[in-house]
Ligand binder design. Structure first.
Ligand code: ADP
Ligand code: MG
Length: 677
């Protein structure tokens, strides 16, 4: 049924509902209030003004008048109840003056301002009561309104058509589950959402819908796990004492965390089911060595590995770091880049196809036709969230169900990782190699930018290099743009230094050139947008200066900070932000902690999962009512149930699971999960 078939929905409202994603009557039934206003209990006039929220009051009009303040018409009325009087005010609604009369009984709701003797209530909602009408307040749902569609209109349409809408309610849950969690049936749950008699009832109803959203995601994850477990990969057994043999060939002693994750990865690779594991570890935690360990086990078993990175710079860095680690095992690395000459490409491709080379490292170029492997058994994907689903799948398709290791330097808080990566196993490096000098971080007011620049100069004079991060070009007039700032630096701040520029509007070739110059030490100060964020490794850079730091999430700032402190020299991070207490408080966590997981948890707490770096992909957290952080307990319950259901009925083919199949098809997060790799 379309919304146009509902009472009170004309042609124009159809378009307005459409803008909110409400096309069918079912969509409207699922369009839930995001909060409720409790109109049940009026406060006596003498006690108004105690709360910070809106308050309700009931009174009889003593007088009513209209006055003007500048261009605004204000209607004011004095209302009286048994305990005293207060003033109700309506702004910009002079048409009301005709309908409000002395002696009328009125219900009003609004924020109260208490002024000496008299309270003033700024009316957001009012209702005229008949002389003998007994006041019966209700709980009013408040809907996320559209540009032209008010919450009031949405409420009216739902109420007018309520029984028609309720008749459409379908229950995806098997009876046994509803019973077990004591969920109301579908009709009752929808009623509780749209027309609750009590707040508790609304909360209970909401829990059911949260559970259902999570169940869809958890089912999809479990279906993927089970189907993968049924695929056949080549098992890569671990020879005796292999970790010890591997470790002796490394240039330094492995950290405990590296040992732990290598063992987790190897154990997966030794199985016949393909590995699908996420390796997360902060910048500098030593993921490269772990990737090398996986590749060495692959080569030991006679299969090849491929590592794909999002940019040429990163791929080149990986090749440069991995080649020496793999050399002692007689393994050779071939690079495959877009900008590579035809001859070099042909040589690399030849060695991969013949099996002469054991490892391929490259960018998307690896996906090109003609890049083939003699036997691809391991795929490593760096910064996995920067690749699309089909790109990852295409690389894997070059082997036969190869083992897959995803790597990310963006620590995801455990709570979030469990759900958005529900179909992946997760390994975490939670320890940095020893001997690092922590990066010293300072938050500075904008007025002290001069000092920060002096500090940059001091470090450059001492032979080091610096990054300065500025917002993208023409993003906002109010902010310093990267190009304007570069001009300024070259002209007046550092006229004697070599200042380079890097931003997203440059061509890949220009970007690479700028990065190469910086890496080679031909640039002293690189002013850049956040494109320097991921993986870039210049050990001579010791200062990271971030302008307008208030614009970035904590996790992102931590990522930026990770660009320095990669060599032996002490490094610094300077965060410039406007002078306000909230910013100072927020940035304090960065000045106090260098633990990416601690910072990520805090970022998540402050900004919610929607904003979290790396999670924006493919609708993974596209929920209507659920919140992965707030509702994590409900997620755990849903996950346990999903595992049991899929283990018993992998294709959800039983009659009582028909509703679940429909549920998964209609849930964006579940669909994204099924598609992901
Ligand atoms: P990531 O890729 O996780 O950001 P890298 O693999 O690039 O980190 O390692 C960061 C630096 O630490 C590299 O210079 C590497 O050689 C060094 N490193 C890695 N593991 C160890 C270790 N166990 N002991 C000492 N240094 C290490
Ligand atoms: Mg790395």
């Amino acid at each position: 049924m379309l919304v146009s078939e509902l009472a009170g929905v004309g042609k124009e409202s159809v378009a307005k509902f459409g803008a909110l994603g409400v096309v069918t009557a079912e969509d409207l039934l699922e369009y839930f209030p995001h909060r409720y206003e409790d109109l049940r209990f009026p406060t006596p006039a003498s006690q108004l003004g105690a709360g910070a929220d809106e308050e309700n009051a009931l009174g009889r009009i003593v007088w009513v008048k209209e006055r003007r303040a500048r261009h605004l018409a204000i209607v004011e009325a004095e209302l009286e109840d048994a305990s005293g009087t207060f003033i109700a005010t309506w702004f910009g609604r002079s048409y009301l003056i005709g309908s409000l009369k002395k002696g009328m009984r009125l219900f009003v709701r609004g924020r109260v301002e208490r002024r000496l003797a008299v309270s003033k209530l700024n009316v957001s909602y009012h209702k005229i009561l008949a002389e003998d009408e007994e006041y019966r307040g209700e709980i009013q749902p408040v809907y996320p309104a559209g540009k032209e569609l008010t919450t009031r209109k949405i409420r009216q349409v739902i109420q007018k058509n309520f029984s028609k809408l309720l008749a459409l309610a379908a229950d995806p849950l098997p009876k046994a589950i509803s019973k077990r969690f004591e969920f109301a049936d579908a009709r009752e749950a929808y009623r509780a959402m749209h027309a609750p008699a009590t707040i508790e009832e609304a909360t209970r109803g909401r829990e059911r819908f949260i559970f259902i959203e999570f169940l869809a995601l958890a089912l999809a994850a479990q279906i993927k796990r089970v189907s993968r477990a049924g695929q056949h990969a080549q098992a890569l057994p671990i020879p005796a004492d292999f970790l010890a043999r591997f470790a002796t060939q490394m240039p330094f002693a492995l950290t405990g965390a590296q040992r732990k994750v290598i063992e987790e990865i190897w154990r997966d690779m030794a199985r016949e089911a393909p590995m699908n594991r996420l390796l997360q570890g902060d910048v500098g935690s030593g993921k490269t060595l772990v990737a090398a360990a996986a590749m060495v086990l692959a080569a030991q078993n006679g299969v090849q590995s491929a590592l794909m990175a999002p940019t040429e710079i990163l791929a080149a860095q990986h090749a440069a770091k991995l080649a020496p680690l793999l050399l002692p095992f007689g393994m050779s690395v071939e690079a495959v880049f877009g900008s590579q000459g035809a001859k070099a490409r042909a040589a690399a491709v030849g060695k991969l196809a013949s099996g002469e080379a054991s490892v391929a490292i490259g960018t998307h170029a690896l996906l090109s036709e003609g890049v083939d492997f003699a036997g691809l058994g391991l795929v490593v994907i760096d910064e996995q969230h920067r690749f699309g689903v089909e790109q990852r799948a295409r690389l894997r398709a070059k082997g036969v169900s190869p083992h897959t290791l995803h790597m990310t330097a963006t620590p995801i808080p455990r709570t979030l990782a469990q759900s958005i990566y529900a179909d992946l196993d997760i390994s975490t490096i939670d320890e940095l190699p020893p001997g690092r000098t922590p990066i010293e971080t300072f938050a500075l007011r904008a007025g002290r930018l001069g000092l920060a620049y002096d500090f940059v100069r001091k470090n450059v004079t001492a032979g080091y290099q610096a990054y300065i991060v500025a917002p993208a070009i023409d993003e906002s007039e109010a902010l310093t743009s990267v190009i304007a700032e570069c001009e300024r630096l070259r002209k007046s701040v550092f006229p004697d230094l070599r200042v380079g520029l890097l931003h997203g509007r440059m061509t890949p070739r220009e970007k690479d050139a700028a990065m190469h110059q910086f890496t080679a030490g031909q640039i002293d100060v690189l002013i850049a947008t956040t494109v320097v964020e991921v993986g870039v490794d210049v050990s001579n850079a010791t200062v990271m200066l971030v302008l307008d730091a208030h614009r970035y999430g904590l996790a992102q700032l931590h990522q930026l900070r990770g660009r320095v402190g990669r060599g032996t020299a002490k490094s610094f991070c300077l965060l410039i932000a406007p002078d306000d207490a909230a910013q100072a408080e927020r940035l304090r966590i960065l000045t106090e902690s260098t633990d990416g997981f601690v910072i990520a948890e805090e970022d998540l707490r402050l900004r919610g999962p929607g904003q979290f770096a790396g999670t924006q992909q493919a609708g993974m957290i596209d929920f209507k009512v659920a919140d992965l952080v707030r509702d994590i307990e409900i997620y755990r319950r849903a996950k346990a149930i999903a595992e049991r259901i899929v283990d018993e009925d992998p294709a959800l083919s039983r009659a009582e699971h028909a509703g679940l199949r429909v549920l998964i098809d209609g849930a964006p997060s579940a669909r994204a999960m099924l598609l992901s790799s």
